[in-house]
Design a binder for this molecule. Sequence first.
Ligand code: WTA
Length: 639
Amino acid sequence: MPENQTVYMPPQPFVDKALMREPLVYKQDALDFWEDRARELDWFEPWRKTLDWNPPFATWFAGGKLNASYNCIDRHLNTWRKNKAAIIFEGEHGDTKVYTYKDLHREVCRAANVLLRLGANKDEVVTIYMPMIPETVIAMLACTRIGVPHSVVFGGFSANALLGRINDAGSKILITCNGAYRKGRILPVIENVHAALEQENTIETVVIYNRVNRDPELVYGRDYLYTSLRANASNECPPVPMNADDPLFVLYTSGTTGKPKGVVHSTGGYLTGVAATQKYIFDLKDDDVYWCTADLGWISGHSYVAYGPLLNGATMVMYEGGPEYPDKYQWWRIIEKYGVTILYTSPTAIRNFIKWGDKYPQKHDLSSLRLLGSVGEPISPDAWEWFHRVVGGGRCPIVDTWWQTETGMIMLSPVPALTPLKPGSCTKPFPGVSAAVLNEEGNPVAPGEKGFVGVTQPWPAMLKTLYKDDERYVNTYWKQWDKPYYFAGDGATIDEDGYVWIEGRVDDVINVSGHRIGTNELESTLAQHEAVAEAACIGVAHEIKGQVPVAFLVLKEDYFPTQTLIDALHELITEQIGKFSQISEFIFTAELPKTQSGKTIRRILQNVAEGNDDFGDITTLANPDSLEDLRKYLGNKLL
Ligand code: WTA
């Protein structure tokens, strides 16, 4: 929390036209508020009870029936939006494609019919391993049309990570594609799939979309090209009315153990929360051109690329690649080309832009922009100011949105016409959300004190549970306090005005470029190498990526730290998890600092990794010799 806080008032022209500009909305009873929001969706049958709360299990809108794909597509077809652009896709090679709502309807129906013919049913999760192309959204919506939960696995995950997620979900059907373009290269998507499926797995059928015009090898009886399946599929497929509480999807995320958690989201609550936050936080209107740069493989892509914009009948831009290909003008070129009005991106991207220099955004006409958003990590006041000034031309409010895979929807954020902004703060809970910064006892902290983010009342898009693991759900999120409060795993402070300042994770999860990685996942992967006796990973601050992992390794006897070993360990991480979670530095030591009970004292490692030779209180240290190598390392580093 900075000492001198600048405050930006909502700009009057923005306020005059905003969708949410009545301050009383913050005073409305939460359940009434959410009922009003749920009424903005189309229901086949109304709900009987808004909320059934048996802590920590909630049922939202019990008795209600609805369908996600119907709400994202069909309900717009009876309006003028029928031929409105839903997705404007820009490929890395400058190829473009526009899907109108009518187009989406046809393609989603066809894909749903294909899935039905392949035996998809609501008791089995379909896994989707695809890049940033509209067909990924089509595949997701096709699942929801027939009531089948999907599990999208981020395309940057390796074959092994994919395999683990497939098997945990017990998927029989996998939807993927023959490759993807990334930074001018073709990513080996189908090759990863084949490598994954060489090991024991639950998959019976693989459906392969065409993205890169290459004929993939097909395993007879298992692999099918989507184009040939689509040819015989009908354009009509009735949406199946789902119970509000039926699962809509599973999304795996990192936790504090080596095994990723399958976060399960419900249909009615999730869609209500996402539709409302999308509409009111982004002030999303019919003439907006909205662009969220998140990948569909993460929750931001699910909630604010796939579901949120389509539920609201919006026009969105989708770009296949990253900000530096074919050159560093690319994003600004896209904003100018399509007249993007709302840009939602990450602090990592913003930090990169700052490093590259103002000349890139300045070369393009960005005057169409009217609102900016940030998500995934804390954004520093400096980066916020730069984003506001250089990209937003000083006129666009910025919504710094705090939320998680588990919360499904944005929880802490300004409402742009109502909330004065302070650079670096995600401000306050959205209307209808009860969240606070709490101390160890579960009471709100005083201004300036540190605490933990807790959610004190259920909210509609909350996770239902962890896939087939209610016990882990209860233990992970609901045991921090002896009150039924959700523990988010983030540390924060609050200021005199009640504004929340997020400090970052307080558990063993690190946030690399906005991607959550469990240190345990890294440690158990490194420990698989024959040379490694013990591994401990720590997140350290990084100028661009926010955080990066540093690994402390104890080698077995007769093994030595060589470049060959380091290369092999990098390779192992890439193979088991994915390149994006690569270790930034290996520190070799004869022993890890431990307590009497054998617990690694991570705090000491944290100091070492940060180049700090003050180890603080070491009275609990059982093996003082362990500090010798660490001191030597620091000595060399600090020279
Ligand atoms: C972090 C991403 C500060 C936080 C939507 C959280 C943030 C984790 C913000 C969830 C923000 C997300 N300011 N930190 N505006 N948004 N985080 O599940 O540590 O990938 O716990 O969801 O990202 O990451 P996840």
